[in-house]
Design a protein around this ligand. Structure first.
Ligand code: NAD
Ligand code: UFG
Length: 336
């Protein structure tokens, strides 16, 4: 089937493009390169031996999106990755986040209706859950995002739910990612944020290659086994497969309606677990210091992955060691 990936040259989108193409689907990518590089397109080709059709467009540009659909009337479904994703930046530039992350979805839904494309998979996040929930998080846990980025995800979820309610012939799948890390085994695709990374694994990788001196661990007095924050890290290659499985569930079952799935492993690892695993598999490369807590962080966050397993047949397979190894491999290949 022909699948449109908005933001398909980004970290998760590029891995998903590879997975879909390896399963025999045709992939169309729309990306404005605001947080990705055109070379990724060639890397996807190197891995799969196939070409994805590429449109360098902004999803907020309704005319450009319309033209894409006009030229690809047989798009079966859309996986909507495009969006801004940095929590801190969203606090500083809320309008930029609301505009990009919401207008893109409005435009997509309008154009999808016009061209009778009835299936959409949306990149949501564990950040939509209220911090007051007990772990593990099930899909029916209380919602409540605490920053503009998180609210764009939550608003998108509400918009898509309301839209599907009055358009029951549409299939809408919300995928709530926990903490995606790791890289493709080829070493060609991975995460390469500009500037100093905010997230743990990209930061660790830059320390490992000597671009940064040491890791600051944000707090060691959380209510966790070793005092450092606990999260549910999932390998991006596993995560990518869950998108293909969502699309294939729609293809197989014809009509699935509105679905929400957590994508995590169900296992929480602390910051120290991650640093220790990274140093064990890659050599003793990462020094750390204990620093103050980062505002807004919570003790722990991990998924109940049961529903995705039962309904999508999805189970994360890759280990923490594989996540650490592949992340470092990619960073070494992309050393500045
Ligand atoms: P990414 O920044 O690597 O990829 C997003 C891609 O979208 C980039 O290639 C960017 O150039 C493109 N883009 C952004 N706005 C666009 C627009 N208006 N038009 C066209 N292209 C546009 O991010 P990612 O880590 O691959 O995340 C993909 C999605 O998953 C995002 O929606 C993100 O919010 C969500 N998500 C990510 C994480 C994570 O930790 N990486 C966690 C939960 C949810
Ligand atoms: N951490 C450090 N030092 C760092 C960076 C992070 O100690 O330099 C710690 C954090 O305090 C936290 C853990 O590492 O305990 C993970 O932090 P990340 O920033 O990697 O990830 P978060 O869980 O804070 O948030 C990420 C994304 C959000 C998304 C969320 C759930 O940034 O956008 O996962 O999907 F919503």
């Amino acid at each position: 089937m022909k699948i449109l990936l908005t933001g398909g040259l980004g970290f998760i989108g590029s891995h998903t493009a590879v997975d879909l193409m390896e399963r025999g689907h045709d992939v169309v990518i729309a990306d404005n390169l605001s947080n990705s590089k055109i070379e990724v397109l060639d890397k996807i080709k190197q891995i799969t031996g196939k070409e994805a059709k590429f449109y360098q467009i902004d999803i907020c540009d309704l005319d450009a999106l319309d033209k894409l659909f006009e030229e690809n009337k047989d798009i079966f479904g859309v996986i909507h990755f495009a969006g801004y994703k940095a929590v801190g930046e969203s606090v500083a530039k809320p309008l930029m986040y609301y505009e990009n992350n919401l207008i893109s979805t409005f435009n997509l839904l309008k154009v999808m209706q016009k061209y009778n494309c009835k299936n959409i998979v949306f990149s949501s996040s564990a950040t939509v859950y209220s911090p007051k929930n007990v772990m593990p998080l099930t899909e029916d846990a209380d919602l409540g995002a605490s920053n503009p980025y998180g609210r764009t995800k939550l608003f998108n979820e509400h918009i898509l739910r309301d839209f599907q309610f009055v358009n029951p012939d549409y299939d809408v799948v919300l995928l709530r990612y926990f903490n995606p890390i790791g890289a493709h085994e080829s070493g060609l695709l991975g995460e390469d944020p500009n500037g100093i990374p905010n997230n743990l694994m990209p930061y660790i990788c830059k320390v490992a290659v000597g671009e940064l001196d040491h890791l600051n661990i944000f707090g060691n007095d959380y209510k966790t086994k070793d005092g450092t924050g606990v999260r549910d890290y999932i390998h991006v290659v596993d995560l990518a497969r869950a998108h293909s499985l969502s699309i294939e569930k729609i293809i197989r079952e014809g009509r699935i309606g509105f679905k929400v799935y957590n994508l995590g492993t169900g296992t929480g690892y602390s910051v120290l677990d991650i640093v220790n695993a990274f140093n064990r598999v890659n050599g003793d490369l990462v020094k750390y210091e204990i620093a103050a807590r980062r505002p807004g962080d919570i003790d722990e966050c991990y998924a109940s992955p049961k529903l995705a397993e039962e309904e999508l047949g999805f189970k994360a397979e890759k280990t923490l060691d594989e996540m650490c190894k592949s992340s470092y491999q990619y960073q070494k290949n992309n050393k500045k």
